[in-house]
Design a protein around this ligand. Structure first.
Ligand SMILES: CC(C)(COP(=O)(O)OP(=O)(O)OC[C@H]1O[C@@H](n2cnc3c(N)ncnc32)[C@H](O)[C@@H]1OP(=O)(O)O)[C@@H](O)C(=O)NCCC(=O)NCCS
Length: 158
């Protein structure tokens, strides 16, 4: 709730802010069902004391094309602290270690400056703009498509 119950966090995400624990439980059940299909994995980001402060998600995994999509959200109190860079860097490392994927993608609202900067810092390349791609919270919005290839990740300096 501390993450997904905040309108500032869900501003560019394709769902309404959670209003109650029932919304959280419904999402939890959906994710467990997706995980059973093997095309989605969601993790919780915690502080060292175990307090949950965000999530990172691998979804739309298409084994035949060796690709999947990334998603992430962090509680507003922690924005700008470098934590999501640290989390997604570790997540991408682990994904390329454990899964035979060649390409990771992210689709973001181009107005989401924090998300764009995070992806660019990680080495994702902005590959295109999909016009009027989403209908979200009463708006029709564009989507910027970002991609990261395994060889580019492996060639990055440590
Ligand atoms: C997008 C989000 C995950 C960024 O997390 P964060 O922890 O603030 O990111 P970091 O602190 O690791 O910063 C990564 C880079 O982005 C920059 N950045 C972060 N927020 C920014 C903003 N609002 N505008 C411009 N740059 C921003 C940081 O300065 C840093 O770049 P730098 O090292 O060159 O200074 C966070 O804002 C969030 O959870 N937003 C709501 C959910 C969301 O939109 N998720 C993405 C959906 S596609």
């Amino acid at each position: 709730m501390a993450v997904n119950g905040d309108d500032a966090v869900t501003r560019f995400l394709p769902y309404a802010s959670w209003q109650s624990l029932a919304d959280a439980e419904a999402w939890h059940d959906r994710v467990l069902a997706y995980q059973k299909n093997g095309d989605t994995f969601q993790f919780v980001i915690t502080l060292p004391d175990g307090t949950p402060i965000g999530t990172c998600l691998l979804f739309k995994l298409v084994e035949a094309s060796a690709r999947a999509e990334l998603g992430y959200a962090l509680a507003r109190a922690h924005w700008g602290s470098g934590l999501m860079y640290e989390a997604i860097h570790a997540f991408v490392d682990r994904i390329f270690q454990d899964l035979p994927l060649h390409r990771l993608e992210a689709e973001i609202d181009p107005r989401n400056a924090g998300s764009a900067r995070l992806l660019e810092k990680l080495g994702f390349v902005r590959e295109g703009l999909l016009r009027d791609r989403w209908r979200n919270k009463g708006e029709t919005t564009d989507a910027a498509l970002y991609g990261l290839l395994r060889p580019d990740w492996e060639a990055r300096p440590a």
